[in-house]
Design a protein around this ligand. Structure first.
Ligand code: ADP
Ligand code: MG
Length: 248
């Protein structure tokens, strides 16, 4: 698909002829420089925007409205400061009119697995950055959608917390078998998590490469030191126009 934004005297060709597929149960990462159209791509997939050309096919169909078909965690966590953690994670069910008792119970069943036990009744301001992101992920998770689109969920975290959450997310993904599409601008993160990395080139955003990551699962931190992993990272950096010599 292609997408151009026109407004206030500016024309931005955000995406041009972008095409790829995601298979059930896959973990696909999308990497690209800032402004390469990654968030736009997700907004198109979930139905908040319509492409100028092309279409989005879900389970073999082009549904008239895609809203609500894919789980979406936007780039900012958007937790409401005046709602408790529990009431934040059930917000989509509240909007749909699901009885609170029912949605709270469903949320409580997953709270421990998401590392939020004991914080259910706190406000988001009491949470660490990592916990905020897990709360936002739980909210997306509880929509029940098979496919989750996560826009730079760990982008604002410190390196240590980020590594912890990467392994935690892979654990949850393997345990429950959902499909994940994950945007990042961190090359190591893209390679470490994925079955397949899609590289977006900038202005306009196009698919520059699809790279299969054939490292065994479960992934281990020790894999970061393996030559195969270094090779993947160098390939991705070169695609993104970063001078590889610095990293060799
Ligand atoms: N609603 C919009 N109106 C106008 N321009 C937009 C809009 N959304 C995104 N853009 C522009 O499209 C380009 C891609 O943006 P975005 O998808 O947010 O990139 P990324 O997520 O890769 O950083 C940017 O130049 C951005 O300014
Ligand atoms: Mg973005």
């Amino acid at each position: 698909m292609s997408k151009t934004f026109v407004g206030s005297g500016r024309v931005v060709h955000a995406l041009h002829d972008v095409s790829f597929q995601v298979m059930p149960g896959e973990f696909v990462t999308i990497i690209g420089a800032s402004g390469s159209g990654k968030s736009t791509l997700f907004n198109l997939c979930v139905g908040l925007l319509e492409p100028d050309e092309g279409s989005i096919i879900i389970d073999g169909n082009r549904p008239p409205s895609r809203l609500g078909m894919l789980g979406y965690m936007p780039q900012r966590d958007l937790l409401l400061p005046w709602r408790s953690v529990l009431d934040n994670v059930i917000l989509p069910q509240d909007i749909k009119g699901v009885p609170r008792k029912e949605s709270r119970q469903k949320a409580m069943d997953m709270v421990k697995r998401f590392g939020l036990e004991g914080f259910e009744h706190d406000y988001p301001s009491a949470l660490s950055g990592g916990m905020r992101q897990r709360a936002a992920l739980l909210r997306t998770w509880l929509t029940g959608c098979d496919t989750l689109l996560l826009d730079e969920p760990f982008g604002a975290l410190d390196a240590l917390t980020r590594k912890e959450l990467q392994d935690w997310l892979l654990g949850v993904w393997q345990e429950f078998g959902r499909t994940v599409v994950f945007i990042t601008h961190d090359v190591e993160e893209a390679a470490y998590l994925a079955d397949r990395v899609i590289v977006l080139g900038a202005r306009p955003g196009t698919v520059k490469r699809e790279l299969v990551v054939d490292l065994p699962r479960p992934r281990r931190l020790s894999m970061l030191a393996e030559p195969g992993f270094g090779e993947l990272v160098r390939t991705l950096l070169a695609d993104l126009g970063v001078d590889g010599s610095v990293y060799l």
